[in-house]
Ligand binder design. Structure first.
Ligand SMILES: Cc1ncc(COP(=O)(O)O)c(C=O)c1O
Length: 322
């Protein structure tokens, strides 16, 4: 567990920029039922908003969680310049808030931003602002096993302009949500052989809203067949596995764990994936990061009588042991 401890950011040690805080008049904390937490349904008292205009991030503030109003002509409604991230905060054994590897999410958000012609967010706002927000809402961090405070940073193009061109005004927002596990049961996975999530040169490596929008229909289709999630395959041959709609994958074949490589920009480079690779290697397991074909998985499956799917409790990784 050493590595996990090292890669948490302990909030006490994070430099936070001077972000003004406007606190709620009346907290909604009484809505938090730690025994009955679902994913993505309840939001904590405050949110962070930063404004980009004239080529720079102008200001950031922490304010009560509230609805936003946009002109119907706002760019992100029409052209999809919208990206996001997903991170978790916990409390350590002393009750201090800790965030799991936020720097990795900052770097990934900025890779998404560059590809989507959006401005990179600064470390001061992303990590410093997040740390301050989590500190303000520390009472919302649940402590029961399998629970966390889910952190959702996102960025939107907010020019009021109808016409296809990169926007010039953006909002960066962080909201947080006390949450239980994303999935509460092992999943049935459908190996996709018709629809495609990502091609080389596309936006598969980004956390762009469009990657999720386009996945709704294929997921709806396989749900009708009794499956929970799509395992995406390459768009040219449907022979090589990429990732599941909401998580990276590992297959354990014999004494090796194998996970698809992210080199072709078609797979979201999961922070959990990197953590699992590191932990497995630390434990002496061979981890191969390479192309993995459906045929190879099928063959390995036939050689073994048993198969069991393991869903990691703190992460979004699907592992199948063959
Ligand atoms: C498509 C996709 N792949 C992988 C992941 C896992 O990423 P991470 O481990 O950074 O949460 C996610 C997480 O939301 C995802 O949506």
């Amino acid at each position: 567990m050493q590595i996990i401890i090292l890669i948490y950011t302990i909030l006490m040690g994070v430099s936070t920029i001077d972000i003004p805080v406007k606190k709620v008049e009346k907290s909604r904390i009484n809505q938090l039922d730690p025994d009955n937490l679902h994913f993505g349904k309840l939001y904590s008292d405050h949110m962070l908003i930063a404004y980009y205009d004239d080529g720079a991030w102008q200001r950031a503030e922490i304010v009560p969680f509230h609805d936003l109003t946009f002109s119907p002509a706002t760019a992100f409604f029409h052209y999809g310049q919208a990206i996001f991230e997903g991170i978790k905060a916990f409390k350590d054994s002393k009750g201090n808030p800790v965030i799991f590897r936020p720097k990795d999410n900052l770097e990934r958000m900025n890779r998404s931003a560059i590809r989507m012609a959006m401005p990179e967010i600064t470390e001061e706002i992303f990590i410093g602002g997040m740390a301050k927000l989590i500190d303000v809402d520390r009472a919302w961090i649940p402590t029961k096993e399998n629970t966390s405070l889910y952190i959702r940073p996102f960025m939107l193009a907010v020019d009021e302009f109808i016409g296809v061109r990169p926007a010039e005004k953006f909002l960066f927002i962080i909201i947080t949500s006390p949450a239980g596990p994303y999935y509460d049961k092992p999943l049935s996975i459908y190996v996709e052989d018709k629809y495609v999530r990502a091609f080389p040169g596309g936006i598969g490596f980004t956390k762009a809203a469009g990657n999720y929008g386009m996945s709704m229909f294929p997921t709806q289709e396989i749900k009708k067949k009794g499956y929970d999630q799509v395992l995406w395959t390459d768009g040219f041959t449907h022979k090589y596995v990429q990732e599941i709609g909401t998580m990276n994958v590992f297959f354990v074949i014999g004494d090796k764990a194998i996970t698809p490589d992210v080199a072709q920009d078609t797979i979201l480079e999961g922070v959990t994936r990197d953590t699992v690779i590191t932990l497995l290697r630390e434990k002496g397991m061979t981890v191969e990061v390479r192309h993995l074909s459906v045929d190879e998985i099928e063959e390995a499956y036939k050689k073994r009588a048993t198969q069991r799917g393991i869903w990691y409790r703190y992460c979004s990784i699907y592992c199948t042991y063959l």
